[in-house]
Structure formats: structure tokens, C-alpha cells
Design a protein around this ligand. Structure first.
Ligand code: CO8
Length: 260
């Protein structure tokens, strides 16, 4: 199978660009997550790499979030393995020593939004058709506490509360207004702006920035690290319920119909 992740590391700047290329919608399947984490680990260990830009090679979509087919009609074993990989990706990204910038060049619901939120900075294409947010409740499922924590740490408690309950997806200007993204630029400038912004972040001494990042984020990451197994059990028992499977089926049917 062809790689679902392409990494370009510029040795002269120490900046890597990670392109997600899992058509049609960069959904986060177990295979995708595994490959993502392997690439991330390599970059994290590579002393010459100091910054990471995450973007999509798929037109119009940054990432459609978790692969719904990994949560629908599968076995508890597979489900558990899948969830462990989701946790792994989040822990690695949220605790990364690198400067991470999300170059959001398309739709970014749920898991796509989560990836963006783990980054140090978010730049989004100013296309009113795109949207970003944690829309889990619209699928009849519930964003876990660490998704919630990541959003609270970015936009605050009240905005997160309303946003999660209603499963809101925000267009780019709304997302900017609430602080869900940091900067909007025309679509064709997303990557160049990310590169320019990276230069600014990399001007700060690594050790000081890394210790500061850890001070801000470690308590949130530790909450999951010390509860991983329980969180997996919780996910598996929730997602395999008949009523939840039914909600997912209805949502999948809606996606197919909407296609037209
Ligand atoms: N997983 C699997 N398949 C998907 C997903 C997905 N997340 N999203 C889209 N697809 C499929 C579609 O069903 C379609 O399949 P097919 O061609 O077989 O009909 C194909 O990908 C292409 O999709 P579209 O035709 O819809 O493509 P568009 O370019 O028109 O739209 C969008 C792209 C906007 C991304 C649209 O596909 C969309 O809105 N997708 C749904 C996104 C979504 O709601 N994701 C939420 C996933 S849940 C999650 O990430 C966190 C879960 C936390 C779990 C907590 C439980 C306790």
C-alpha cells in the first residue's frame, strides 16, 4: 500500500512538513494513525528537526476526523486497538518538543479539529465553505475528556461547553473570533504563512520554549497517561452499544444521502 503520510524535512531550516494523503477525506484509520505516529516519532528523535507543519494533500479536506468505519460494526478488540492509537497520536502531538503548526487547508471536523488543537499555532484557509469544530454530539457520540480538555485549554470553558453540547462546526471567520484558529489567510498562502510563522517561533531558544510548553500542557497530558486503560475500556463499551451503533448508522446514511 502507498504511504498515507509524506514528510519533507528541510535540513537547512530544521522544519518538516507532514502531508496527510489518505484520500478521499484523510480519515484517521488504525493504519493511518500507526503510520502517523511512526513518522512523528522519527521526527521527534531527529535532533536536526525543530519544527513540524501538519497539512493535507487532499483537496478541500484537512481531515474528516476518526474513521467512522473503525467505530461501526467492528470487534471490541479492534476497537480497543484503534482507540489506543488515537490516544497515542494525541499524547505524542500534544507533548511534542517540536514547534507544531497546523496548516488547515480544508474541512476539519472532530478528529481533524483535535489534531489542529494539539498544535502550538493554527493557520486556516479563509474559505467560508470550510469548517472546524468538535461535532461529536451530532453523530450521537461524546468527545472524551481529553478532547474536551484540549479545547478548553484553547478557547475556554464556556465556549467549549456550548460548542461541544451542540456539536458546532465553525466557519473560518467564526473560528478566528472564538480563538479556535489563530490566523486566516487565502488558501494558496496557508503553507507559506505557516513557514513564515515557524521562523518566528524558532527564534525562541528551544529549551525555554519547551519547558514552558510542558508547564502549560503536562497536567492535561498526564490525566490521560495515568488513565489510558480505563479510557480504552470506556470507549469500547460506549461505542459497541446498540443505541450508539444505530446513531452511527444514521449518520453514515446521512453522509451518503447528502452526497447526491
Ligand atoms: N470516516 C469514514 N468515512 C468517511 C468519513 C469519516 N470520518 N468522512 C467521510 N467519509 C466517507 C464518506 O462516507 C464518503 O464515502 P463514500 O464515497 O463511500 O460514500 C467519502 O468518505 C467521501 O465523503 P464525502 O462525499 O462526504 O466528501 P465531501 O468532500 O463532500 O465532504 C467532509 C468532506 C466535509 C469531510 C464530509 O465527508 C464530512 O462531513 N464527513 C464527516 C466528518 C465527521 O463528522 N467526522 C467525525 C468523525 S468522529 C471523530 O473524529 C471523533 C470521535 C470521538 C469518539 C468518541 C466516542 C466515545
Amino acid at each position: 500500500t502507498s504511504p498515507k503520510i509524506k514528510v519533507d524535512l528541510d535540513q537547512s531550516t530544521g522544519v518538516a512538513v507532514m502531508h496527510m494523503q489518505n484520500p478521499p477525506v484523510n480519515s484517521l484509520s488504525l493504519d493511518f494513525l500507526t503510520e502517523f505516529c511512526i513518522n512523528l516519532e522519527k521526527l521527534e528523535m531527529d535532533k536536526s528537526c525543530r519544527g513540524l507543519i501538519i497539512t493535507s494533500s487532499v483537496p478541500k479536506v484537512f481531515s474528516a476526523g476518526l474513521d467512522i468505519m473503525e467505530m461501526y460494526g467492528t470487534t471490541p478488540e479492534r476497537c480497543g486497538e484503534f482507540w489506543k492509537a488515537v490516544q497515542e497520536m494525541w499524547l505524542k502531538l500534544y507533548s511534542s518538543n517540536m514547534v507544531t503548526i497546523a496548516a488547515i487547508n480544508g474541512f476539519s471536523p472532530a478528529g481533524g479539529c483535535l489534531i489542529s488543537l494539539t498544535c502550538d499555532y493554527r493557520i486556516m484557509a479563509d474559505n467560508p465553505r470550510y469548517s472546524i469544530g468538535l461535532n461529536e454530539t451530532q453523530l450521537g457520540i461524546v468527545a472524551p475528556f481529553w478532547f474536551k480538555d484540549t479545547m478548553v485549554n484553547t478557547v475556554g470553558h464556556r465556549t467549549t461547553e456550548m460548542s461541544l453540547e451542540l456539536g458546532l462546526l465553525y466557519n473560518p471567520s467564526e473560528a478566528l473570533k472564538i480563538g479556535l484558529v489563530d490566523h486566516l489567510v487565502p488558501e494558496e498562502q496557508v503553507l507559506t504563512t505557516a513557514t513564515q510563522t515557524m521562523t518566528k517561533w524558532l527564534a525562541i531558544p528551544d529549551h525555554a520554549r519547551q519547558i514552558t510548553k510542558s508547564m502549560m500542557r503536562k497536567p492535561t497530558a498526564d490525566k490521560l497517561t495515568s488513565n489510558r486503560e480505563a479510557d480504552i475500556q470506556n470507549f469500547v463499551s460506549f461505542i459497541t452499544k446498540d443505541s450508539i451503533q444505530k446513531s452511527l448508522r444514521v449518520y453514515l446514511e446521512m453522509l451518503r444521502k447528502r452526497k447526491g
